[in-house]
Structures are given as structure tokens and as C-alpha cells.
Ligand binder design. Structure first.
Ligand SMILES: [Zn+2]
Length: 139
């Protein structure tokens, strides 16, 4: 029976010497495949981030202030601040993105800004000043 085999292997992998051997093997595999694992997480993170940007921008992925559309520098901005506080409350930086992608977090207080506009937005809010940001136009 197939079920018997499954049950057998469940028990087999619980044996202390087998468990130890598997842990040791995985530890070595992880060291050997470090780049592969890193690439996987990077790709996965980018996929989630892109989906989140699409969700927040309602299909339009660009900076709300200057219109820049380079996804490498686009960030999720907290309109009324508190982004750092929220990010540090999670175990990892991608947790907020994953929560948004799963629909666990409301996105009404978020918008998309590029890194430059996000920094300017932060300074404006912190010191109560206004910057005039103009897109660079090449002639
Ligand atoms: Zn911008």
C-alpha cells in the first residue's frame, strides 16, 4: 500500500540518526547553493514588490510626484509617515509587501514614490517645509 509507505517514511525521517544526517546534508547543500538561494529570494522579492506596486498604483507603476517609472527606485510611501516604525515591527523587510499582496494590510494610507521624492517627502514632513520637485527634461 502507498499509504503504508508514506507512513513508513514519516517514521523513518524521524529517526535521530536519519534526521541528523539530513540536517547535515542540508547544511552543506545550503553552503554549496548559496548563490542559487539568494537569487531565488531576490527574484521572489522583486515579484512580490512589483505586484504590490501594481496594487497600490492601481495598475499604474510610477512615482506619484515626478512620474518616474523605474521600478528599481520606486518605493512604497506612508502618506502620513510611520513607515520606519512599521517596517521595524516586522521580522523582515519584505513582510509588509507580503501582507499587502495577501490583502492582510490596508493600502489606503500608502502611495508610490521614487527614492528621491520619498526622501523629500520625509524631510518636508519632518521639518514642515516644501520642496519644488521638477522632472529633469533633456533638451
Ligand atoms: Zn519621484
Amino acid at each position: 500500500m502507498v499509504l503504508d509507505r508514506i507512513e513508513y517514511f514519516k517514521e523513518y525521517y524521524k529517526r535521530p540518526n536519519v534526521r541528523e544526517r539530513r540536517i547535515k546534508y542540508y547544511r552543506i547543500w545550503r553552503i554549496k547553493n548559496e548563490k542559487r538561494i539568494k537569487d531565488y529570494y531576490k527574484r521572489n522579492y522583486q515579484k512580490i514588490k512589483l505586484n504590490v506596486l501594481k496594487l497600490i498604483g492601481k495598475g499604474k507603476i510610477e512615482c506619484n510626484k515626478c512620474g518616474c517609472a523605474d521600478t528599481r527606485i520606486l518605493e512604497v510611501n506612508h502618506k502620513s509617515g510611520g513607515g520606519h516604525k512599521e517596517l521595524t515591527s516586522y521580522k523582515s523587510n519584505s513582510q509588509m509587501y507580503r501582507n499587502i499582496a495577501k490583502g492582510k494590510r490596508n493600502i489606503d494610507d500608502l502611495n508610490i514614490l521614487c527614492r528621491v521624492c520619498n526622501s523629500a517627502d520625509f524631510v518636508e514632513r519632518k521639518f514642515d517645509i516644501k520642496f519644488k520637485i521638477m522632472p529633469i527634461v533633456s533638451s
